[in-house]
Each structure stands twice: as structure tokens, then as C-alpha cells.
Design a protein around this ligand. Structure first.
Ligand SMILES: [Zn+2]
Length: 141
């Protein structure tokens, strides 16, 4: 998995996770990538430079890469923990519930659950802010 800095037509910058560059291109072309701020599906890679560490030698970079992979994994695990503790698990009702909250028919609260790519796209088109997380299994290191 790699992350890209993405930008929509309204200049919102956000981060997206993809298997590789081609994966991003494919999803963007099919308009499966939506801006979390405004739902725009015309997304491009931002020209923002990637962040690099100070130890800019090849060897240091290799070590950093391995460490980075571990850190990303750990971070994703922490995100998962945080979401599970603080968000309301609505399971397969996610699409309905996200819509109800957006239209004020349900209490506003952070929720998480399952949605198909089509559902997520529909929500984005309606302007409902949804985001996708790469879900890692806890503690399988
Ligand atoms: Zn936007």
C-alpha cells in the first residue's frame, strides 16, 4: 500500500491509500475516489512533494522503508482501535445510516460499517462525507 496526496477541483487536499499508482489511476478514472470534504470525484494527484526524512542516504532509506511499513501497520491498527472505541458500529446498515445522519433523520455521531464501492460512490455523489480505511487485522505481527 502506498499513500498519495490527492487534490479535488475545489483544491481540497487529502490522502488516499492505494496498492500502486495504476490502482489509483483506475479508481480515479471510474470515479471511485471522492473528496472527503466536498464529494468531488474529479481527483488528481497533488503536486505536493512527499515528505522525506533527514537521513537521506540509500542505506538509511532502506531501513526507514522497513520501519515505515511497520509504523504504517501500527498506525492503521491504532486507527482501527480508535474507530472501534469511538465510532458506532452500524455494520451493513452503514449506507442507510450515513444517509440518515446526513439528512438529519438520525442523531449525528461518528459511525463505521460496511459499504460496497457502489454504495460509497452513491453517497459521495449525494454529498454525504464518507471515507474508506484500509482495515488491518489487529495484532498479527
Ligand atoms: Zn473537495
Amino acid at each position: 500500500m502506498i499513500s498519495f496526496n490527492l487534490i479535488c477541483r475545489n483544491d481540497h487536499e487529502f490522502e488516499g491509500w492505494f496498492r500502486n499508482s495504476a490502482d489509483f489511476e483506475g479508481q480515479a478514472k471510474k470515479q471511485l475516489v471522492a473528496c472527503p470534504a466536498c464529494g468531488d470525484v474529479k481527483i488528481a494527484k497533488s503536486l505536493m512533494a512527499p515528505v522525506v526524512g533527514a537521513k537521506d542516504t540509500v542505506r538509511a532509506r532502506r531501513t526507514e522503508k522497513a520501519e515505515e511499513a511497520r509504523n504504517v501497520r501500527k498506525m492503521l491498527g491504532e486507527v482501527r482501535d480508535y474507530v472501534e472505541k469511538n465510532f458506532d458500529d452500524v455494520g451493513d446498515d452503514f449506507t442507510d445510516e450515513a444517509r440518515k445522519i446526513y439528512y438529519g433523520e438520525s442523531d449525528e455521531r461518528p459511525i463505521y460499517g460496511n459499504a460496497t464501492d457502489d454504495d460509497a460512490k452513491e453517497l459521495a455523489e449525494e454529498g454525504v462525507p464518507v471515507g474508506k480505511l484500509p482495515w488491518v487485522k489487529p495484532a498479527d505481527s
